[in-house]
Design a protein. Structure first.
Length: 248
């Protein structure tokens, strides 16, 4: 179940720990995608804190927020680009997105498989997506004091297998949030040190989040199941006699 947008806003914009987490994850996103000039950049879930670096140069920036979570106007002091959507039905044309960021969207969705199908649909040729989820073995997934302590945490193998099954091919992965999820001043002051140390020796301390960049496989893999069953008409009325008009 998705978190409430008011709780997410309070964490990322009004708490020292949330601002530190926002900065650490956003720095990693910018390392992976230094620019997006002339491109369409979309965020789903609560990814808007990570999209600010692209506001000036991108052709279009859109923040999609799921209905159960709620929506807020963003960015502050500028023309709003955030909108409320259903998890699995986005108001975007097929193949229209160049870069897609999903944070607090996949692990909290009640329909993760259909959500990934929608991610695949909107990505254009050569498009990339970045999925940011709680690390199953990290400290942040074990804490109820941050948004990463809710939903389904993933291991790297689990996340990559899930993405591959939907035609999203992992290209690279990185970690972030190596400092403990603590509001204590010592850990907040030394957060930058722990981020740098964790990047150099990630096998010693697990990051709080996993970040996996994917590209779109063409053609899409065939996935028989619910989507195929829905396309087939129901046979409930088969065998019933067709009514005939009776002569007067």
């Amino acid at each position: 179940m998705h978190l409430d947008v008011r709780d997410l806003k309070a964490f990322y914009y009004r708490s020292a720990l949330g601002r530190a987490a926002q900065g650490a994850v956003r720095d990693r996103v910018v390392e992976i995608w230094p620019e997006a000039k002339g491109q369409t950049v979309v965020g789903f879930g609560f990814a808007v804190p990570l999209l600010r670096p692209y506001l000036n140069d991108a052709r279009r920036v859109i923040g999609l927020m799921p209905g159960p979570q709620g929506v807020m106007a963003w960015p502050v002091g500028m023309k709003n680009v955030a909108c409320l959507v259903e998890d699995t039905l986005w108001p975007l044309e097929t193949g229209s997105v160049d870069k897609l960021v999903v944070m607090h969207g996949l692990e909290t969705s009640d329909h993760p498989f259909a959500l990934l199908q929608e991610c695949y649909r909107v990505l254009g040729p050569g498009g990339r997506a970045l999925f940011i989820v709680p690390n199953r073995v990290g400290m942040w997934a074990r804490s109820d004091h941050t948004p990463f302590g809710y939903g389904r945490p993933y291991s790297l193998g689990q996340l990559e297998a899930l993405l591959k099954s939907h035609g999203l091919i992992p290209e690279r992965h990185v970690g972030a949030l190596y400092a403990p999820p603590s509001h204590k001043r010592f850990w907040l002051r030394t957060a930058g040190f722990w981020e740098k140390a964790g990047r150099r020796i990630p096998t010693v301390v697990a990051g709080g989040v996993l970040m996996v960049e994917v590209s779109k496989q063409i053609p899409a893999p065939k996935r028989p199941g619910l989507s195929e069953a829905v396309r087939r008409p129901l046979r409930i009325l088969e065998g019933m006699k067709v009514p005939e008009a009776k002569p007067v």
